[in-house]
Write a new protein. Structure first.
Length: 282
């Protein structure tokens, strides 16, 4: 009776030992799997955190671009009131900086998407955040494009206005000069008569004739004078007479030395009502 019991106990011990070995093996495998799972989970958490940080960093960059847009809008508003070449160039430089910032954000988003695909992380929340970043970039690009178009339009308008102003300025100056310019002829009776500038009129039987301007105008015999710029006419003679119809109160003849006179224009507006000034020397 004792031997069968002994064999039975030995068999039970062997069975228990085998079961223990199997359980221990499963325990070790479970422990290893758990450690692997924990490591994978830690890696996923780190990648998730890195992804969130990258998204936050890109969003901060886009927010900075948004603040820059406000500055551009304000500067553009100033430009609409008064644009100059330096201001226009400053705005274009600012827009170029915005474009560069947007391009950097696009590149970083592409890198982020590539990293997510390689890591195998698929979280709907992250995908939505990335999609939001891409949408924000598109909005920034649209805004910069609109600003560029607006600046181009304003620059064209300003160029047109500058041309118009220049033309108007030239027209005003030409009109002013035309109004202010008189034409002066100085010479003795014979020379002026031979030039056809004066002629003797009136009198009886050739006596008592007076010199009168003929009204003929020859640029070669007259000298232009801008009365807004010059109000003194130098006459190289000791005696002279203004035979044209200028108002006597609008000028005065003053001796300067022994053989020279000066005609001083006292009232330019009145004096230049008669454009041709004819002075006969003696």
């Amino acid at each position: 009776m004792r031997k069968p019991v002994l064999f039975l106990m030995i068999a039970l011990v062997a069975i228990l030992g085998g079961a223990t070995a199997v359980l221990y093996g499963k325990y070790k495998k479970s422990t290893a799997d758990y450690a692997t799972m924990q490591a994978a989970e830690e890696t996923s958490r780190n990648r998730y955190a890195q992804t969130i940080d990258a998204i936050a960093e890109i969003q901060d960059s886009l927010n900075a671009i948004a603040l820059g847009d406000a500055n551009v809008k304000m500067h553009q508003g100033d430009s609409e009131r008064q644009i100059s070449a330096p201001n226009s160039q400053e705005t274009l430089d600012r827009i170029a900086l915005l474009r560069a910032g947007i391009q950097r954000s696009k590149s970083r988003i592409q890198q982020l998407e590539s990293s997510l695909r390689k890591s195998g992380i698929k979280v709907s929340g992250l995908e939505k955040m990335v999609a939001g970043l891409k949408q924000s970039v598109q909005e920034k690009e649209q805004l910069v494009a609109e600003l560029s178009t607006k600046v181009d339009t304003l620059t064209t308008q300003v160029a047109g206005l500058e041309t118009t102003v220049q033309e108007n300025t030239e027209t005003i100056e030409n009109n002013r000069r035309d109004m202010a310019t008189i034409y002066v002829a100085i010479g003795d009776k014979k020379a002026l008569a031979e030039s056809g500038i004066v002629e003797a009129k009136g009198g009886v039987l050739g006596i008592g004739k007076t010199l009168k301007p003929t009204g003929k105008f020859d640029e070669m015999t007259f000298t232009a004078l801008d009365t807004d710029q010059q109000t003194v006419i130098t006459i190289p003679a000791a005696k002279a007479q203004v035979v044209s119809a200028q108002s006597p109160s609008s000028y005065t003849l003053t001796p300067v030395g022994e053989k020279q006179l000066e005609l001083r224009i006292l009232d330019p507006k009145e004096f230049r009502k008669i454009k041709q000034v004819v002075i006969v020397t003696a």
